[in-house]
Design a protein around this ligand. Structure first.
Ligand SMILES: C[S@@+](CC[C@H](N)C(=O)[O-])C[C@H]1O[C@@H](n2cnc3c(N)ncnc32)[C@H](O)[C@@H]1O
Length: 379
């Protein structure tokens, strides 16, 4: 089969929502096949693209060789819950030097209550972290990022940050990692093969009650108790190792209704648990907010109720953000006809408060005010 690129959803709405402009700096936190990134680049934007799946990064690297060479696109394999660390890794030398003089400031930048590895180590002199007092060793290490978008110490943060959550069609159809029951594959489901726990580990290792809770909380699976029981009975005979084995067990207790395969929600719940998708989003949103330039835009496309709830609440409760659309933007019939995946997409957009400034906030000596998220905006 000839591989086609993932078709980006709500493309025009995202471009308008992010107010993409020539020379603007953007983070595509879920670059995938680069569908949204391609459009930002076409409009003259400069993009930092992240994905936790090396396969996605490699495909995108090949697709945009020229733009990468010209410095218009920088790609990095990473979970987006490490946004702060990634951006810090190519921050201007003078900003790093400020950190080097005052390591305590790093400690204030913990992620949603969870100290980052850098913050944990921040009690030590930065030299112990491989950072010279002028930040030079780190800057050398990330030399290709040091001039990202021509950033200068006085520059503000990013003009737009996009999260297009979930999976790309390439991952589902081509990765061989068991994201779908359409093919019989090992029950893996790790977006990043370096993660420790696979879907097979969960299915064979969790107790009946834990499986039940996982299916209810992450998949709203009907008759979740019966599904959990069927799995536990099935694995007593032999461990469940493939997508077909799991789908077969689910089908025994959940009869097919309409077009949706009964195992769809079970697979989604397992995938979300294996990749800690809600946790990653919760940790990433405060970091993204902190990285926005004054009046920069944050756009999140979600495909899962739990994700949309997190985004909605975060946008409403964070005093650094102003919600642009109270109701999520959804795809019209025309788009859904050509791209059925767009049916469940919900786009929310928020704008960073005026005068918010990432690099500028680094250079102030006033400690950040706490807003309960572990981050705060400098007054
Ligand atoms: C829906 S696709 C993005 C498609 C992309 N917008 C395009 O047009 O090609 C979602 C991508 O996000 C990546 N992803 C999901 N969770 C992630 C996370 N926590 N950190 C980084 N990447 C993530 C997936 O690996 C996948 O490639």
């Amino acid at each position: 089969m000839i591989y086609k690129y993932h078709q980006p959803v709500l493309l025009d709405e995202v471009m308008a929502g992010l107010k993409v402009r020539a020379g603007g700096r953007y983070i595509d936190a879920t670059v995938g096949d680069g569908g949204h990134t391609a459009e930002i680049l076409k409009k003259g934007g400069i993009v930092l693209g992240l994905d936790r799946d090396e396969m996605a990064i490699e495909r995108t690297r090949q697709r945009f060789e020229t733009e990468i060479e010209k410095g218009k696109l920088t790609l990095m394999k990473s979970n987006f819950d490490k946004l702060n660390e990634i951006v810090a890794s190519f921050a201007p030398v003078s900003s790093l030097a400020k950190f080097a003089r005052s390591p305590a400031r790093l400690a204030t930048r913990s992620v949603a209550g969870r100290p980052s590895p850098i913050a944990i180590a921040s009690g030590k002199p930065l030299a112990a972290l491989g950072v010279a007092s002028d930040g030079s060793s780190l800057t050398r290490k990330f030399a290709n990022f040091a001039n990202f978008g021509g950033a200068k110490p006085t520059d503000k943060g990013f003009d737009g940050i996009l999260f297009d959550l979930g999976m790309s069609s390439g991952q589902i159809e081509e990765s061989g990692r068991g994201f779908s029951f359409q093919k019989d594959e090992p029950l893996d489901m790790r977006m990043d093969p370096e993660l420790a726990v696979t879907a097979a580990d969960l299915v064979n290792g969790l107790g009946k009650k834990e499986l039940f809770e996982l299916f209810v909380k992450l998949g709203q699976v009907e008759r979740a108790k019966a599904v959990a029981e069927a799995i536990v009975r099935g694995r007593r005979e032999k461990p469940i190792k493939t997508t077909a084995e799991l789908a077969g067990l689910v089908e025994k207790v959940l009869p097919r209704k309409g077009r949706l395969h009964p195992a769809t929600k079970v697979f989604m719940a397992l995938r979300m648990a294996v990749n800690d998708e809600l946790g990653s989003l919760e940790r990433a949103l405060p970091q993204a907010t902190e990285l926005l330039a004054s009046e920069g835009r944050l756009a999140v496309i979600s495909f899962h109720e739990g994700e949309d709830r997190i985004v909605k609440r975060f946008f409403r409760e964070n005093c650094q953000l102003e919600e642009i659309n109270r109701k999520p933007i959804q795809a019209g019939a025309d788009e859904v006809n050509v791209n059925p995946r767009a049916r469940s997409a919900k786009l929310r957009i928020a704008e960073g408060a005026p005068n918010q400034s990432y690099f500028a906030s680094w250079s102030t000596s006033t400690p950040a005010k706490s807003d309960g998220t572990g981050f705060g905006r400098n007054s």
